[in-house]
Design a protein around this ligand. Structure first.
Ligand SMILES: O=C(O)CCC(=O)C(=O)O
Ligand SMILES: [Fe+2]
Length: 327
C-alpha cells in the first residue's frame, strides 16, 4: 500500500487543529464482502491488517430498530455504569438528551462498554453472532482457571455497546485495546471515522508507561488539539490508516493496533473483543507484563511465571483438541 504523506507536506501546511486534519490524507482500510473464515483470518487478522466486512449484518433487526430515541424510550431510567460525567452517575435519558444536542463546538458525551447482557438483555435477539467471533478463548472456562475471578481480562470479552452524538469522540483518545485482544466493532446506527496506527508505532504516540490496566496502551497525544507539534515531533513519523464506517459495516481490528474514533452523526456500535490462536502470544505477553506491574517486586516473577505457564498450557491443550480443524 502506498504511503502518501511526507514530513514536508505536513510542514507546508498551516497549523493543524486536530489529529483528523493532520492525517487527512492517508490510505483507507480495505472493505470486503464474501470473505471465507479462512481468508479472513489468514489474510487479515493473521497478517495484522485491519479490514471492514460489509456483508456481515444484512439480516440484523437492530439495523432498522435501534436509534438514540429508541434507547431513551426503552432504557431511559437505566443508570449508566462505569462512566462519570461531572463526577456523577447519570441515567441513559440524561446521556442521550446531551447526545442529541451535541455540536462541534460543544461535543456531547460518548459512552462505551455498556454490557449488553447485563443492561439490555432483550437486545441480544436484535443481532447475530458471527462465525469469525469464534473461537473466543476468553469465554473458555479453562482459560486462566484458578486465577482471580475478578481478573480484568475476564471482563474484556463481553459484548458491549458504544454510543455518542454527532461530533463526539471516544474519551480515551488514541489507545490500543486492553490485553491485546482482537476487536470487532459493528456499526449499527450512523457514521463514524477511525484512525489506526500499527502496533509497532506506539513509540510515535507518546504512550503512558506501565499503567496498571494494561501496559503502554494510552497515548498522551491530545486528539482535539495537536497544533503544538513541537511537543510531539515523533508523530510526524506515524503512518496511520483511516476508515469511515456506516450502518452495517463490521470493522475488524487485529491485536495491538492503536486507534481513535469520532462520530459523524449519532452513532451506536456493538463491540466484542476476543482472543484465539491469532493473538494469543500478544495476549500472553500483555498478561505477563501486567502481572509484573501489579505485584510487589519480590512476588512479581512468581506471579508472572504462573500466568505464563497457565496460558501456555491452555494454548497447548486447545491446539491438541482442535488439531483437526486448526481453530
Ligand atoms: O468508537 C468506538 O466505538 C470505538 C471505541 C473503542 O475504541 C473502544 O471502545 O475501545
Ligand atoms: Fe478501542
Amino acid at each position: 500500500m502506498a504511503h502518501t504523506m511526507s514530513v514536508d507536506e505536513h510542514d507546508g501546511q498551516a497549523s493543524h487543529a486536530t489529529i483528523w486534519d493532520y492525517f487527512a490524507k492517508v490510505p483507507e482500510v480495505e472493505r470486503h464482502d464474501n470473505l471465507s473464515y479462512e481468508e479472513f483470518y489468514s489474510e487479515f487478522m493473521g497478517r495484522s491488517k485491519p479490514v471492514i466486512i460489509t456483508d456481515a449484518t444484512s439480516n440484523w433487526p437492530a439495523l432498522t430498530k435501534w436509534s438514540l430515541p429508541f434507547f431513551r424510550e426503552r432504557y431511559g431510567d437505566v443508570i449508566v455504569p462505569n462512566q462519570e460525567w461531572n463526577n456523577q452517575r447519570r441515567s441513559m435519558a440524561e446521556y442521550i438528551d446531551a447526545m442529541m444536542i451535541s455540536t462541534a463546538d460543544n461535543p456531547g458525551p460518548y459512552i462505551s462498554a455498556l454490557h449488553i447482557t447485563q443492561l439490555f438483555p432483550e437486545l441480544l435477539c436484535d443481532f447475530h453472532p458471527q462465525s469469525v467471533w469464534e473461537p473466543n478463548w476468553l469465554d473458555n472456562p479453562s482459560f486462566l482457571r484458578g486465577f482471580p475471578a475478578d481478573h480484568s481480562l475476564r471482563h474484556t470479552s463481553a459484548l458491549v455497546l458504544n454510543m455518542g452524538g454527532k461530533h463526539s469522540t471516544i474519551r480515551d483518545g488514541i489507545h490500543s485495546d486492553d490485553f491485546k485482544i482482537q476487536t470487532f466493532v459493528t456499526q449499527v446506527v450512523g457514521e463514524k471515522e477511525w484512525l489506526f496506527f500499527p502496533p509497532n508505532q506506539g513509540n510515535y504516540l507518546y504512550p503512558h508507561r506501565y499503567e496498571f490496566t494494561s501496559a503502554n496502551s494510552r497515548s498522551h497525544v491530545p486528539v482535539a488539539d495537536i497544533a503544538d507539534l513541537v511537543e510531539f515531533p515523533l508523530l510526524r513519523r506515524a503512518t496511520p490508516l483511516r476508515a469511515r464506517v456506516g450502518a452495517g459495516d463490521m470493522l475488524c481490528m487485529p491485536s495491538g493496533w492503536w486507534h481513535t474514533t469520532r462520530a459523524l452523526s449519532e452513532s451506536i456500535a456493538v463491540v466484542l473483543g476476543i482472543a484465539n490462536r491469532y493473538n494469543w502470544r500478544q495476549v500472553r505477553r500483555d498478561v505477563i507484563v501486567n502481572a509484573f506491574a501489579r505485584h510487589k517486586w519480590y512476588k512479581a516473577p512468581i506471579g508472572a511465571a504462573l500466568y505464563a505457564g497457565s496460558i501456555t498450557a491452555f494454548r497447548l491443550s486447545e491446539a491438541f483438541k482442535n488439531r483437526a480443524t486448526e481453530r
